[in-house]
Design a protein around this ligand. Structure first.
Ligand code: TYD
Ligand code: MG
Length: 470
C-alpha cells in the first residue's frame, strides 16, 4: 500500500510547504495554505522498473493536418478561442463567482449542440436549476445532454463509452473529485488530479473539454492558476460588478492568438454579444467635462475606443493619493513624473485618480498620451476637445513615440464620428479610411500641453495635417 503523507499546500499557487504558514512564501497569498493528504511518491524514481525504450525522434517537416474546429456561432467566443473550439483541446474558463461563466458555457453548449454532441456536467447545481437557467435563456429546445455529478470516475466512464460527446462542459472543476485521493474537492491535489484525468481522456478520445474554474481571493479552494499549464487554452471572464459588460480574454492559447477579447453584455436573457464595443464604452460619455480623453486602443486585431478619466484633487498636506482603476499604477507614476519634469506641471501635492470607463483593463503603452491628456485637462479644468481621440506612447524624455496599427485606430475613430486625432508624429502616413479625420501630430508632451491649452501657439507647436479618405 502506498504511504500516506500530510503536506501543507498553498491553494493559490500549489507550492508545498513542510509546515503550516499564514502566508505562502512562494506566491505571497495569505491564508491559502491548507493541510492535504497525499500519496507519497514512489521511492526509487526511474532507477528501478523496466528499462526505457529509445525515442524515435522526428523532423519538424512533415504533414500534420490543422485540427478541426467547432464554430460555436457566438462570434465573440469563437474569436477568443482563435476561430472555434479545437477537437480534443482543453479550455479553462476562469473568473470570479457570479460573473457569468455558467451562463456563457450553457449558451455555448446550446450553440454547439446544433452540430456536435454536447454534454454539460454541473457539479454545483441540480439538473432542475440548470433547466431553469436554460428556460430563462430561451434554450429549452437545445440539444445538450445534462448531468449533475461530481465524480470524475463517472465522467471518465461516460467519455469512454461509445456514445461519448464531442464536447463536454465541466462546471466547475473545483467541485470534481477523484475517489482515490483523500483530500477534499477543491483542494490543489483534487483539482489537479481531476483535471489531468479529464484532459488525458479528452485528448485520447478527441473530446473537447471546457473547464469552469472559480477564482477566489480567500484561497479556500484551489484557483484556476494551478491548472493553467495543463490546459491548451486559458480564458478569463472579467467585468466589474455593477457594470453589465463582461470581457473574455485569452491569456494562453495553443491554437490561436492571446490578445483577442470578446465583449458581452449581461442582460436578463443571458449574455449578448457586443460586436461594436467602442459604442458601448463611449455610451455614457459627457463631452463638456474636464479630465476625460478618448483613447483609441487596440484589443488584439480590433480597435476599441474607450474613455480615460482623470481627477486631480485640491492640494493636500502630506502624501497625496494616487488611485488607478483599469490601468497600471506604475505607468501612471511615470506619466506624472514626465509631465512634472518636462512640462513643469505640478501634481505632487494633489490627489490623482485615474479610471478607465466601462470596466475595461488597458495594458497598452499607447494609452500614455491619452492618460496625459486627461491629466493635463483635469489639472487645467479645460476639457479635451470632445471630437478628438488620443493615442501614443510617452518616453522619459517627454517624447511621444509611434505605436502600431495607427491606421486601424484612426479608422475606428472616424467611423464613430471623431473629427480629430492627437497622435505621434512618427506615425506612418496612411489613409484613415471612412470619412475624414484631422491628424494633429504631437512630437512631445510639451506640444500636447500647448494643444490642450488652445490658441495658435498650440497649433504652431505641432504640425497639423489633414488626411482625407480616398
Ligand atoms: P452565472 O453564470 O451563474 O455565474 P458563474 O457561473 O460565473 O458563477 O451568472 C450569475 C449571474 O448572472 C447572476 O448574478 C445572475 C446573472 N444573470 C443575468 O443577469 N441574466 C441571465 O439571463 C442569467 C442566466 C444570469
Ligand atoms: Mg456557475
Amino acid at each position: 500500500m502506498a504511504r500516506r503523507d500530510n503536506r501543507f499546500v498553498c491553494q493559490a499557487c500549489g507550492a508545498v510547504h513542510s509546515k503550516w504558514a499564514g502566508r505562502c512564501e512562494a506566491c505571497g497569498a495569505w491564508n491559502s495554505v491548507t493541510e492535504e493528504t497525499v500519496e507519497a511518491d514512489r521511492p526509487g524514481g526511474v532507477g528501478g522498473g523496466r528499462a526505457g525504450r529509445a525515442i524515435a525522434f522526428e523532423s519538424l517537416e512533415g504533414a500534420s493536418e490543422t485540427p478541426p474546429r467547432a464554430v460555436t456561432g457566438i462570434a465573440e467566443f469563437d474569436r477568443v478561442l482563435g476561430g472555434g473550439l479545437v477537437a480534443g483541446s482543453a479550455v479553462l474558463v476562469g473568473g470570479d463567482p457570479g460573473i457569468g461563466k455558467s451562463t456563457l458555457l450553457l449558451q455555448a453548449a446550446a450553440a454547439l449542440g446544433r452540430t456536435r454532441r454536447v454534454a454539460y456536467v454541473s457539479g454545483e447545481e441540480a439538473i432542475d436549476q440548470v433547466r431553469l437557467r436554460a428556460a430563462r435563456l430561451g434554450l429549452t429546445k437545445a440539444r445538450v445532454a445534462l448531468a449533475s455529478t461530481t465524480s470524475v470516475r463517472d465522467v471518465l466512464a461516460s467519455l469512454e463509452s461509445k456514445d461519448a460527446p464531442d464536447v463536454i462542459v465541466i462546471d466547475s472543476i473545483q467541485t470534481m473529485f477523484v475517489d482515490t485521493l483523500d483530500s477534499a474537492p477543491g483542494t490543489v491535489s483534487q483539482v489537479r488530479a481531476s483535471a489531468s484525468e479529464l484532459i488525458r481522456i479528452g485528448k485520447k478520445r478527441g473530446v473537447a473539454i471546457l473547464l469552469v474554474g472559480h477564482v477566489t481571493k480567500e484561497g479556500t479552494i484551489a484557483g484556476p492558476r494551478v491548472l493553467e499549464h495543463m490546459v491548451d487554452t486559458v480564458l478569463y471572464f472579467e467585468g466589474e460588478r455593477g457594470h453589465q459588460f463582461r470581457i473574455m480574454r485569452a491569456v494562453k492559447n495553443r491554437f490561436g492568438p492571446t490578445d483577442e477579447i470578446g465583449v458581452f453584455e449581461m442582460t436578463d436573457r443571458g449574455l449578448v454579444e457586443v460586436p461594436n464595443p467602442s459604442q458601448l464604452f463611449l455610451a455614457d460619455r459627457r463631452d463638456d467635462v474636464s479630465g476625460a480623453a478618448v483613447f483609441a486602443g487596440m484589443e488584439g486585431t480590433r480597435p476599441v475606443l474607450v474613455e480615460i478619466q482623470a481627477l486631480v484633487g485640491p492640494p493636500v498636506q502630506g502624501t497625496a493619493r494616487r488611485a488607478v482603476i483599469g490601468w497600471d499604477g506604475s505607468r501612471l507614476a511615470m506619466v506624472l513624473a514626465v509631465l512634472e519634469t518636462r512640462c513643469g506641471l505640478v501634481f505632487a501635492s494633489h490627489d490623482v485618480y485615474l479610471n478607465v470607463a466601462g470596466g475595461l483593463r488597458i495594458a497598452e503603452p499607447a494609452a500614455d498620451l491619452a492618460v496625459a491628456a486627461a491629466l493635463v485637462s483635469a489639472l487645467s479644468g479645460r476639457p479635451v476637445p470632445p471630437d478628438a481621440v488620443v493615442f501614443g506612447e510617452i518616453g522619459l524624455a517627454g517624447e511621444v513615440r509611434a505605436v502600431s496599427q495607427g491606421d486601424a485606430r484612426l479608422k475606428e475613430a472616424a467611423k464613430l464620428g471623431f473629427a480629430r486625432a492627437f497622435v505621434p508624429s512618427g506615425r506612418r502616413r496612411g489613409k484613415p479610411g471612412d470619412g475624414a479625420i484631422t491628424v494633429v501630430a504631437i512630437d512631445d508632451l510639451g506640444s500636447l500641453v500647448a494643444q490642450l491649452a488652445g490658441g495658435r501657439s498650440g497649433a504652431r507647436a505641432s504640425r497639423e495635417k489633414s488626411e482625407t479618405a480616398s
